[in-house]
Design a protein around this ligand. Structure first.
Ligand SMILES: C[S@@+](CC[C@H](N)C(=O)[O-])C[C@H]1O[C@@H](n2cnc3c(N)ncnc32)[C@H](O)[C@@H]1O
Length: 236
């Protein structure tokens, strides 16, 4: 089972997301456990403040360290099986990718995802987490959508969550390449026919075609990934 603990000031954002489709099923089957923790409950004073203006001036509000660090410590206290793995969700983090999803899906301890808001985190919070992950080079209003992306991508790697294990194995990024082109019915659509080999029944030829197609597609669409693949094949 993968256990995720989400620290957020907007837990309601997750309500519909967690109650649909395969994620809901994974939760029902106890393959996935998601705790939503509102770190405003750890806020300061009568108004349970979690933010304050930045020292030195500037726009917006910054998340204070005390509510988040206290919430993280509470997650740690509640975990009875060793250390929790703490992740700050931030555009300044390491880019999140399939490799990281695989790594997280195999962790045997609770994973805490800290969702930021406003102008982001007081810098000192970074000293209390194990890693910082980014969804990409753009700025969203908060970390909740990134947390959902992590929940889905990790959740579908848990054995038994996706019916067909093969669909996971052949997917984009698993072999550092994009997935080969997929075709379904009809054989001919507006004059565009599917590649002949796919109906040949020759599994070896189909496998070769798919590999070549994945190489070509990656070279065209993601030259950065392609170069990385070639270097890793060359053992560089
Ligand atoms: C408006 S952003 C703050 C950005 C911050 N001022 C900066 O430049 O790094 C508020 C929060 O949204 C989340 N966020 C925004 N974009 C993100 C991204 N690309 N990846 C991960 N989290 C993101 C983070 O949790 C962040 O603390």
């Amino acid at each position: 089972m993968v256990h995720l603990q989400i620290l957020t000031v907007y837990p309601e954002i997750f309500t519909s997301f967690l109650s649909q489709g395969l994620i809901q099923k994974a939760i029902e089957q106890e393959k996935l456990l998601v705790d939503l923790i509102n770190f405003r409950n750890f806020g300061i004073g009568k108004h349970m403040k979690v933010d304050a203006p930045p020292y030195g001036g500037g726009a917006g509000m910054v998340l204070r360290p005390e509510p988040i660090v206290n919430a993280l410590e509470r997650c740690q206290e509640k975990a009875n099986s060793g250390r929790v793995h703490k992740i700050l969700i931030s555009p300044q983090g390491e880019p999140y990718n399939q490799r990281k999803a695989q790594e997280l899906s195999k962790l045997d301890r609770p994973i805490v995802l800290v969702c930021g808001r406003f102008e982001g985190f007081d810098e000192r919070i970074r000293e209390f987490v194990d890693e910082e992950l980014s969804l990409g080079d753009y700025i969203m209003m908060g970390g909740e959508i990134a947390a959902m992306a992590i929940i889905e991508s990790v959740g579908r790697l848990i054995p038994g969550v996706i019916g067909n294990i093969q669909s996971i194995e052949s997917e984009s990024f698993n072999y550092d390449l994009l997935e080969y082109s997929q075709y379904t019915r009809p054989v001919s659509f507006r004059g565009k026919r599917i590649p002949e080999v796919l109906t040949s029944g020759n599994h070896k030829e189909i496998e070769n075609w798919r590999h070549q197609n994945a190489l070509e597609k990656t070279r065209k669409k993601r030259p950065d990934l392609f170069d990385q693949y070639i270097l890793s094949k060359a053992g560089v």
